[in-house]
Ligand binder design. Sequence first.
Ligand code: NAP
Length: 352
Amino acid sequence: MTEINPEAPVMVTGANGYVASWLVHKLLSEGHTVHAAVRDPDNTDKVGPLVDVAGTLPGTLKLFQADLLSDGAYDAAAAGCELIFHTASPFTMQTRDPQAELVEPALRGTRNVLETASRTDTIKRVVLTSSCAAIYGDNIDCEDKPGKTLTEAHWNTSSSLEHNPYQYSKTLAEQAAWEMADAQDRWDLVVVNPSLVIGPAINPKATSESFAIVKQLGDGSMKPGAPHLGLGVIDVRDLAEAHYRAGFTPAAHGRNIVSAWNTSLLGLAAALRGRFSNYPLPTRTLPKFLVWLVGPTQGLSRKFVSRNIGYDLKADHTKVVSELGMSFRPLEESIQDMFAWMIDVGRLRARK
Ligand code: NAP
């Protein structure tokens, strides 16, 4: 049982990110003081929207400069805090050097932040934003699980530097976090494992990979059809709530799958169709052999195609419903809000 004093400041790493911005919004709405660690507090493109929204909310936002790869960089932001939310980690599928661009910041960065936790006497809890990517690597990994369903008991054993390096980086980072948590007993670790995050962003220039995935549904690239790719999804605002509850619920513990809906690319398109029928949304499933043929020209390796396309994804969210009291927005609301937001901020061409 870990009681967090709500008067103490709360630290958030990568505070300007897509996911973290909504968490900071939630913390400020509840009146907390947030020590927001960002790479460049002077970059108004990245930090400005968060600063603006903070001005409208009861809590207090304090910015701190910190890079995951700079040892000790988070010490100043952690001073006086009891709770750390560690969300910072690169989320991109386009990398030239996955070791340097994904694994180093995810793994070294997590160790760096948790070393700060261990050095800072006031810290009682760290909430780590891991991912369902640390639970499975390819959809085919679900096939041999009981009920073909992923739970917190499962670990990703199929990803590597060469195959699904983002998933690999998240797995290594979460494993390192558990090792460090187990090696001491002053702070406890609560891990949040979200699936694909959808919903509107606070920053119109948000760069998370989530937008690239949803953009393809509306920009015509999937007009001929979409591969059958099972997905789990969670609304970014519900994910902020889940982080908040993971931080402030004394009995929160262990890993926590935060995935509201088991769906697919075509399931997302269907949820958009009623309201956005004037967009070239996919309506057909592309045959797997076709995806296998053209995949490499679209950035999908043949190994990814053979291990993912045609397989459903089922993730069990029972734990966060029963232990953290979570409930979730309807899928339609989340994806429609995201799509409408992308149109509003000019990231999808508006159509009459
Ligand atoms: P995002 O908007 O790209 O946020 C990533 C954050 O990490 C940014 O604030 C970024 O800072 C920061 N960061 C990256 N490299 C850094 C470095 N070297 N030093 C300091 N900060 C660094 O992506 P997101 O979707 O919000 O992802 C946030 C977390 O959620 C990540 O841990 C991700 O793995 C996890 N997650 C996301 C999804 C999803 O579907 N979006 C699903 C599951 C888990 P800059 O802005 O300066 O680059």
